[in-house]
Design a protein around this ligand. Sequence first.
Ligand code: GRG
Ligand code: ZN
Length: 341
Amino acid sequence: MASFIAPTPTATAPQFSPDVHKQYILQLSSKLSSPTSYEGAVTSHLRMSGVYWSLASMHLMCSSSDANELMNSEDILKWVMECWDEGSGGFGGNVGHDPHLLYTLSALQILAMFGKLDAVDTEKVVGYVKGLQNEDGSFSGDEHGEIDTRFSYCALSSLSILGALDSVDVGKAAEFVGSCQNFDGGFGCNCGAESHAGQIFTCVAALSIAKRLDLVDVDLLAWWLAERQTGGGGLNGRPEKQSDVCYSWWILSSLEIIGRRSWVNGESLATFILKCQDTDKGGIADRPDNVADVFHTFFGISGLLLLGHLKEGDGYRQVDSVYALPVDVVKKLGLKAQVIE
Ligand code: GRG
Ligand code: ZN
């Protein structure tokens, strides 16, 4: 009797295509700098983060010098500094835009990849971040006061990149984040808010920078994260939702930090990510057959690196699960976040 062997997902997944993804990033960067492009218009408010996702994607697929040359680092550096608001000390998402912690972190990550952190007035940027800490240890995103656990991460990551973590009350910052762990093990955008994988990354990584992972119920959290894997191998961000490539990052990096990366099936996740590539035009989408974008391109590449599917010996650079930067950049800055082995 003939035996039936179910096809493994790996059999139908395309190979990773670095060259076409590099072309995609370069073409996108030139479209974004055109004043009349559709892509430029709809993303102008978050351009700083877009530049970070593009540059980081290129860095992870190249040597640092090749990436900086391909991406016109001098032009980008000049533009980043034009987005700095001297009055407040923070960076905006684009030239003339109001400063925000989200874009301040993206700007510092870009400068870190260029090895140009000395271009900033450290005291002023630190003063901006420090001024956003609230009495209970939480952080507002900007002067308008919205509080979110994302901003705790942005603040602690920014300060540690600048070597100035002790300029805020790190103990209180960590206590605040730690107190946001929910009964199901996850974290939300504020204390008591619904658990969401994106927010979990920000909380776990913030506690890792603060070296307070002892505040996390690790096994409860790892169960919640592991349960995000769906039948197709991808991960979703909350129960009952569809898989999406970006959760490969938000979830895998969180699991990596708490020493539970093996709690998801790496092979089927890698297959899902590979299927989300646009092998003709380049880039990675949120799910198979959708349109690629640079956000999911960065998180897809990072996911494949965390899974060990893309390897250092093959010309790729490792990604740091806390700082979302190439590991060598993090090492050069002397940053040592806490991880559970
Ligand atoms: C340096 C990596 C890095 C991050 C900076 C901005 C930030 C800090 C973190 C964002 C964390 C976050 C909340 C990510 C989630 C993004 C996302 C996919 C939101 C969509 O949420 P839903 O609920 O989508 O609309 P679902 O997938 O549930 O349908
Ligand atoms: Zn997504």
